[in-house]
Design a protein around this ligand. Structure first.
Ligand code: S3P
Length: 162
């Protein structure tokens, strides 16, 4: 069984993927980390050199061609479900979980903005406005997940038992 964790930047997909995998005794696949390892450069460097649309294509190829272990928890990039047919593909190939947080909760967690090309240089006020707009668009995709959980103060057992 593959479980795909989706949600906005800063909602804790990578951390929760590790916790869930250790709780369930299976492997973790972090798709951003797979891209970084394969390209030999950070996501920010990739964006700067090739632009966002090339990154979205690479994300789709990585998601849909990766040789996943049979049982694994997959952490996805925040934008991934919102491009091409990625959300349908994940829903058809595993169980999807949306780690939901409110815009102020996300702002309070997004300290390291420089490594995220879409957030570079933003102060708290700009970031809040950006998240409010983007989340409205992205929720249309995230809410297609099989399971939607309130990820702030999330008890991992809630996900395990669902
Ligand atoms: C992005 C989220 C990032 C990364 C890239 C774009 C987005 O992943 O894929 O910077 O569009 O929301 P995280 O959600 O792991 O930060």
């Amino acid at each position: 069984m593959k479980v795909f964790l989706v949600g906005f930047m800063g909602c804790g997909k990578s951390t929760k993927a590790k916790q869930l995998a250790s709780r369930l005794g299976c492997e973790v696949v972090d798709l951003d980390a797979v891209i970084v390892a394969k390209q030999g450069k950070s996501i920010a460097e990739y964006f700067a050199e090739h632009g966002e649309s090339a990154f979205r294509k690479l994300e789709q190829e990585t998601l849909q061609s990766y040789a996943y272990p049979e049982n694994c928890i997959v952490a996805t990039g925040g934008g991934l479900p919102c491009f091409f047919d990625n959300m349908e593909w994940m829903n058809a190939n595993g169980k999807t979980v949306y780690l939901k947080m409110t815009p102020p909760q996300l702002v309070s967690r997004l300290h390291n903005r420089e490594k995220r090309p879409l957030l570079k240089g933003m102060d708290d006020e700009q970031l809040l406005a950006f998240i409010e707009t983007k989340l409205t668009e992205r929720n249309a995709f995230y809410n297609q997940a099989h399971l939607v959980v309130n990820a702030f103060d999330l008890d991992i057992e809630e996900v395990v038992s669902s």
